[in-house]
Design a binder for this molecule. Structure first.
Ligand code: NAD
Ligand code: WQD
Length: 355
């Protein structure tokens, strides 16, 4: 069975492709490589010993997307990862985010409807909850007004999928990820932030490897046990496995509703200091960090109620925080060893594009 993975050369997409291949799905990736490298295909193939099909184009191009779907009428289901994801950039350039994230989804949904493809899994985010009043946060907690254009695209995309499923013969599963970190155990695929990372884990590993002088811990005066903010970090491989289960649930018609929503987290909250401590203990590297003012827009604490995913999907995150920080470190070391530094990857990417 052929599964279309949009954004499949990206961080979460590449791990999901590996998991899909491991149980026999055929995968076709569509990615415009705006935030990933073509080398990821080689590395997926090394892990799976199977090369996924790959088409490079921009899903905001409705003609190309429509032509793609006409050519690949045998796609059984879609996992739609393709999107821009930087919160800060979305504040600076909101139209870039609304344009990319909404148009690509609309074109994919149109392709589904026109070609009788029924099933879609969508990458949503815990960002839709804002700062919940009650923790752990459940799926039926009302979404809050988004604090960033990026967050708003996730809310609007959830609504677009819900409306489309209610008026057409399509079904969707919306997966709300908490904070994905870590990398594949082979260290062949992982997170590849372009430029200076906003997110905690890549900032930690880049500091430890010497690319950044120190980590800035944003705020230590929150109402939390050690004063630093709390998140529900989830290993990217656990997250990837949940996508396979979601696809199978759709294909085997096990969904209870046209659109289902699941939180994907571990159910445990860890503070910034706890993540640093875990990293220091698994890597053996002492991390240089300094405390700074709170980062504007940051929420204080959030972690998931995962009981719905546990019960309905039969899925539970298995990896510990130490597994996450160790695998993230091994990935950073492997990147250094292979000299696949960000700038070089971009250069390679650009040189390929101009060839
Ligand atoms: P990523 O940037 O690594 O992967 C996204 C991929 O989509 C990239 O390879 C990029 O080149 C591609 N892409 C973007 N726009 C495209 C377009 N118009 N046409 C074709 N390809 C396009 O990001 P990721 O971390 O793997 O995130 C995957 C999805 O999960 C995104 O939708 C993101 O918003 C969502 N998400 C991510 C996180 C996180 O912390 N990483 C958390 C919650 C939700
Ligand atoms: C985690 C904690 C920071 C960097 C982001 C997106 C959100 C969703 C998940 C996609 C916070 C602290 C961080 C640093 C630090 N993604 N931190 N120093 O803020 O939970 O959410 O990822 O949907 O939309 O906004 O993740 O990794 O940026 O931060 O102290 O250099 O680490 O303040 O407490 P966040 P994060």
């Amino acid at each position: 069975m052929k599964i279309l993975v949009t954004g499949g050369t990206g961080y979460i997409g590449s791990h999901t492709v590996v998991e899909l291949q491991s149980i026999g799905f055929e995968v076709i990736i569509v990615d415009n490589l705006s935030n990933s490298s073509i080398d990821v295909l080689d590395n997926i193939s090394k892990i799976s010993r199977k090369r996924p099909l790959f088409e490079k184009f921009d899903l905001t191009d409705s003609e190309k997307t429509s032509a793609f779907f006409k050519l690949h009428g045998d796609i059984r289901a879609i996992i739609h990862f393709a999107a821009f994801k930087s919160v800060g950039e979305s504040v600076m350039d909101p139209l870039k985010y609304y344009g990319n994230n909404l148009s690509s989804l609309i074109n994919v949904l149109q392709g589904m409807i026109d070609n009788n493809i029924r099933d879609i899994v969508f990458s949503s985010s815990c960002t839709v909850y804002g700062q919940p009043d009650v923790l752990p946060v459940r799926e039926d907690t009302p979404v809050q007004k988004a604090v960033s254009p990026y967050g708003n695209t996730k809310q609007i995309c959830e609504e677009i999928i819900t409306d489309s499923c209610n008026s057409n013969e399509i079904r969707g599963i919306l997966l709300r990820y908490f904070n994905p970190i870590g990398a594949h155990e082979t260290a062949l695929i992982g997170e590849l932030p372009l430029g200076t990372p906003d997110c905690l884990m890549p900032y930690i590993t880049q500091t430890a490897i010497g690319r950044r002088p120190f980590l800035r811990v944003w705020g230590n005066d929150y109402d939390t046990p050690d004063g630093t903010a709390i998140r529900d970090y989830i290993h990217v491989v656990d997250l990837a496995k949940a996508h396979v289960i979601a696809v199978e649930r759709l294909i085997h018609e096990k969904c209870i509703k046209n659109v289902e929503v699941f939180n994907l987290g571990t159910g445990n909250g860890f503070s910034v200091i706890e993540v640093i401590k875990s990293f220091e203990s698994t890597s053996g590297v002492k991390l240089n960090f300094e405390t700074r003012e709170r980062r504007p827009g940051d929420i204080v604490k959030i972690w998931a109620d995962t009981s719905l995913a546990n019960k309905e999907l039969g899925w539970e995150a298995e990896k510990t925080l130490d597994d996450m920080t160790l695998s993230a470190w091994k990935w950073e070391l492997a990147l250094k060893n292979r000299k696949l530094r960000n700038g070089e990857i971009v250069k390679q990417q650009n040189s390929r594009m101009t060839k």
